[in-house]
Ligand binder design. Structure first.
Ligand code: ASP
Ligand code: MG
Length: 435
C-alpha cells in the first residue's frame, strides 16, 4: 500500500466523459489498495477562456482579481471529479488550494510555494477518502488572498503535495505517453524514455520540451519526489524522472536497457529539444569599450526580458565597433527593442535588428560530462544537412545552437539520427497539446 499523488492536466478532464474516465482511473488506484491524492487542472481550455473574458471586460485587470477568476477553473474540475468518484461508490473530498494548505508568497500570477500544511488532506486520507485538490492555486498568509502559481502550475501543486505528504510517487498524467527523445511531432522516430534524470529533464524543459513544467521538476529535485510522467489515454508506464539516490521501480528496470546498463554505459545523449519561441536581437555598431555590454543588458533586463544566449563579434579594427546578438522569448522582444531604442544615443550603438525566424536546437545528456566528441557529432550532422549555425551555447550537459526556424525540424531529425536515438517505430501522437 502506497500513497500516490496523481495530477491530471486540462486535456484529461476536458468534458464530462473525460472526467468519468479519470475518476475510473483514480478509483482503480484506490481499489489496488493505495491512498490517492489528486491535483487537477481546469477543464480543457478553461483558463484561456477566462483570460479572454477578463480582457474583454478590461484591458488590464487587477492581479488579485485575475487570480480570483483563474483559480475558479480548478474549483469546477475538482468538484466534478469528486462527484464522479462518489457516483462510483467511493468517498472523495475536494479542497481548494488554500484548504489544502498550499501557502505561497504574495506574487499574484506567479506565486511561489513557501509552505504546505496539508492537515485537512491527512484527516481526509485517515478517514479513507480520496483527496482531490485544485491545482495551480494557493493562499498568502499576509494578504489573506488567493494566488495562482503561473500557467501550467498544477504540476507544481502535485509535486508539492507529494513532497509534503511524503508520497511514494507523483504521477503526472497528460495526453502524451511520457518524455520522448524529441518532440514526436517534429521527429517521428522519437523514442519514449523509460527513465530520465531530473537534471536532464530540467535542461530539456528549459529548452523547449513541454511535457513537464520546469518549476515542478526543480521542486521534485529539491525535495526528492519521484515523478512519473504518463498518459491518461493509455496504460503505458510512462517515464520516471529520477533525482540522485532514486531507483526506478523494478518493472521498469527489467524492461529498459538504459537502466540495466552500468551508469558509465548509459547513452550519452538523452534527447534533442527544439524551441521556436525565441527571437534574436542584434545591436549593431556598439562602441568596443568596457561597460557597453553592461549598459545594454541592464536596459534589456529593466524591460523585463529574459535573455538566453549572447554572442559578441570581434570588433572591426577600423571602426572600433562590434555587434552583440542575444536571444529572448518572442513575447519579450518588442519591449526590449523599445527600451534599447530609447537609449540608443546614450549607449552609442548604430542600429537594431530584430529576427523572429530563428529556431533553437539543444542536445541534452548527463553523459556529456565524461565523454568527448559530443559537439563534433552535432556540428558534423548539421553540416551534412547543410544547416547553418548562427549561435552556439553550452552547459555541462547541454549544447544548443540557433539555426533558421525553417531548418529546425530537419535539423532535429538528422541530429536525432546522428546520436543513435531513432526508434524502430513511429511514436504515437494523440492529437493533444502535451498537457
Ligand atoms: N489551468 C492552469 C493553466 O492552464 C494550470 C494548469 O493547467 O496546470 O495554466
Ligand atoms: Mg491548463
Amino acid at each position: 500500500m502506497a500513497l500516490i499523488v496523481q495530477k491530471y492536466g486540462g486535456s484529461s478532464v476536458a468534458d464530462a466523459e473525460s472526467i468519468k474516465r479519470v475518476a475510473k482511473r483514480i478509483v482503480d488506484t484506490r481499489r489496488a489498495g493505495h491512498d490517492v491524492v489528486v491535483a487537477v487542472s481546469a477543464m480543457g481550455d478553461t483558463t484561456d477562456e477566462l483570460l479572454d473574458l477578463a480582457h474583454q471586460v478590461a484591458p488590464i485587470s487587477a492581479p488579485r482579481e485575475l487570480d480570483m477568476l483563474l483559480s475558479s477553473g480548478e474549483r469546477i474540475s475538482m468538484a466534478l471529479l469528486a462527484m464522479a468518484i462518489h457516483s462510483m461508490g467511493f468517498e472523495a473530498r475536494s479542497f481548494t488550494g488554500s484548504q489544502a494548505g498550499m501557502i505561497t508568497d504574495a506574487t499574484h500570477g506567479a506565486a511561489r510555494i513557501v509552505d504546505v500544511t496539508p492537515v485537512r488532506l491527512r484527516e481526509a486520507l485517515d478517514e479513507g477518502a480520496i483527496v482531490i485538490v485544485a491545482g495551480f492555486q494557493g493562499f498568502n498568509r499576509d494578504t489573506r488572498d488567493i494566488t495562482t502559481l503561473g500557467r501550467g502550475g498544477s504540476d507544481t501543486t502535485a509535486v508539492a503535495l507529494a513532497a509534503a505528504l511524503d508520497a511514494d510517487v507523483c504521477e503526472i498524467y497528460s495526453d502524451v505517453d511520457g518524455i520522448y527523445t524529441a518532440d514526436p511531432r517534429v521527429v517521428p522516430q522519437a523514442r519514449k524514455l523509460d527513465v530520465v534524470s531530473s537534471e536532464e529533464m530540467l535542461e530539456l524543459a528549459a529548452n523547449g520540451a513541454k511535457v513537464l513544467y520546469i518549476r515542478a521538476v526543480e521542486y521534485a529535485r529539491r525535495h526528492g519526489v519521484m515523478i512519473n510522467a504518463r498518459s491518461t489515454f493509455s496504460s503505458g508506464q510512462g517515464t520516471f524522472v529520477l533525482s540522485p539516490g532514486m531507483t526506478a521501480p523494478a518493472s521498469i528496470v527489467t524492461a529498459s536497457p538504459r537502466t540495466q546498463e552500468s551508469p558509465m554505459e548509459e547513452p550519452i545523449v538523452a534527447g534533442v529539444a527544439t524551441d521556436l519561441s525565441q527571437a534574436k536581437i542584434t545591436v549593431i555598431g556598439v562602441p568596443d569599450v568596457p561597460g557597453k555590454a553592461a549598459e545594454i543588458f541592464k536596459i534589456v533586463a529593466k524591460s523585463g526580458a529574459n535573455v538566453d544566449m549572447i554572442v559578441q563579434n570581434v570588433s572591426a579594427a577600423a571602426t572600433g565597433r562590434t555587434d552583440i546578438s542575444f536571444t529572448l522569448p518572442k513575447t519579450d522582444a518588442s519591449l526590449a527593442l523599445r527600451a534599447l531604442a530609447a537609449e540608443q544615443a546614450d549607449v552609442g550603438f548604430e542600429s537594431l535588428v530584430h529576427d523572429d525566424q530563428i529556431g533553437k536546437l539543444s542536445v541534452v545528456g548527463a553523459g556529456m560530462r565524461t565523454h568527448s566528441g559530443v559537439s563534433a557529432t552535432l556540428f558534423e550532422a548539421l553540416s551534412t544537412a547543410g544547416v547553418n549555425i548562427e549561435m552556439i551555447s553550452t552547459s555541462e550537459i547541454r549544447i544548443s545552437v540557433v539555426v533558421r526556424g525553417d531548418d529546425l525540424a530537419g535539423a532535429a531529425r538528422v541530429v536525432h539520427t546522428a546520436y543513435g536515438l531513432d526508434g524502430d517505430t513511429e511514436a504515437v501522437v494523440y492529437a493533444g497539446s502535451g498537457r
